[in-house]
Design a binder for this molecule. Structure first.
Ligand code: PLP
Length: 397
């Protein structure tokens, strides 16, 4: 991560194809486009990459999560269980549909704790959203078992874990619906973009219509299409899809580089006996977009994080005081600071977050450091970085 580090002629050529015929829209204009269907081509490449039957491209990862939930019928008053550690997009996507975000603890995988999920289930629970954070995954068998037992949908946000697998299945393809982001800093980028993937044909048809104003996409005259149900506009443009098309073809190359860099760092840091790596469930293979480890306590982790910054080790974070990714500093959420009125049910749920006990999450997030693995480093740079990180950690401990 991120794919923009290695932009090449491949991306430029795909974009130029689109500019040469001038059709920037993914639907219609069949005569003008000289056979170029970048969004369709990218969807087909993603079906192969994620070993899944259907892919619907959308305008962002956040849109992907909303479209996935809507396509499976999640809406007003439905509770969706999500982790305390994720990106703000998770609750935004839920609340946009009038559904209620129910936040629960993570475990040492840095993802949803299946036991916390089970405790949070009520008669209003409709879906569980697992977020595969920082290149790895939750214990999917345990989470799936809870969903099966209580007849709940499983939505998988794999925006940060493209290329990771669980029991040989690509992350994102395990739940009823999976979501990806191709924003500027993800492993593959479109500039802005996202995808919903599913093996359920009806959910796919719903996602296809819903993300384009409810148009049924039957025939070749957009003006004559009917609307089986209401939709919105979450379309991706051909320009964005063109960049993604070049990038997805390079995904294996990006993943190889990530893995190589990850292994060098991990090898060096594993010599420090006081720290542990994040736990990866049995059968899981990380995407290697991040290297995550735990220090003995929060104080040490904060000191290491500060020392990294002061000594030129960039792109490593402790999320305990982070505004974007962790419940502790989501004051705008807990205070329900909305531009427009929220439903009574959503406000009541957000109010509860102020006093909810997240000490289990604090225990993991406080001690964690998450380091982004860059694609553009040279091998010598990664080795030097690994040694420097090790020596900084040893000095602080
Ligand atoms: C990036 C990200 C998103 C949202 O993606 P956008 O394309 O930026 O809207 C959602 N979930 C997670 C975990 C992410 O990292």
């Amino acid at each position: 991560m991120p794919g923009f580090e290695l932009f090449s002629d491949a991306e430029r050529n795909e974009v130029n194809d689109v500019l040469d015929n001038g059709v920037l829209m993914r639907y219609g204009f069949d005569g003008m486009r000289k056979g170029h269907w970048k969004a369709k081509e990218l969807e087909s490449e993603l079906c192969t990459a994620f070993k899944t039957n259907h892919v619907q491209l959308v305008s962002s990862g956040t849109a992907a999560v909303s479209v996935a939930l809507a396509s499976a019928g999640v809406g007003a008053g439905d509770e969706v269980i999500m982790p305390s550690f994720t990106f703000v997009a998770s609750f935004e996507a839920i609340m946009m549909l009038g559904a209620i975000p129910v936040l629960v603890d993570i475990d040492d995988t840095l993802c949803l704790d299946s036991k916390a999920v089970e405790r949070a289930i009520t008669e209003k629970t409709k879906a569980v959203m697992v977020v595969q954070m920082c290149g790895s995954m939750g214990d999917m068998d345990a989470i799936q078992a809870v969903c099966n037992k209580h007849n709940l949908l499983l939505i998988e946000d794999a925006c940060q874990a493209i290329g990771g697998t669980y029991k040989n299945k690509p992350l994102g393809s395990i739940g009823d619906l999976g979501c990806f982001s191709f924003d500027f800093v993800k492993t593959i980028t479109c500039g802005e973009g996202g995808a919903v993937i599913t093996n359920n044909e009806q959910y796919y048809i719903n996602a296809d219509h819903y993300s384009d104003h409810g148009h049924d996409h039957i025939g070749s005259d957009r003006g004559a299409e009917t609307h089986p149900f209401l939709g919105y506009n979450f379309r991706i443009s051909e320009l964005h899809a063109a960049v993604g098309l070049a990038q997805v073809r390079r995904l294996p190359e990006f993943l190889d580089i990530q893995k190589k860099h990850f292994e060098i760092l991990r090898q060096e840091l594993s010599k420090i006996s006081e720290m542990e790596f994040r736990s990866v469930p049995e059968g899981g293979v990380e995407s290697c977009a991040f290297l995550n480890f735990f220090l003995p306590d929060t104080e040490t982790a904060l000191k290491v994080s500060k020392a990294f910054g002061e000594n030129g080790i960039d792109a490593c974070w402790n999320y305990y005081n982070n505004n974007w990714h962790y419940i502790r500093k989501w004051h705008h959420l807990k205070d329900a600071k909305s531009l427009y009125p929220l439903s009574y049910e959503i406000k009541a749920a957000l109010e509860k977050l102020k006093t909810q006990d997240f000490s289990q999450s604090d225990h993991y997030i406080g001690r964690n450091i998450s380091c982004l693995i860059k694609l553009s480093w040279t091998e010598a740079e990664v080795k030097e970085r690994a040694e420097k990180m090790k020596s900084i950690i040893e000095t602080v401990i």
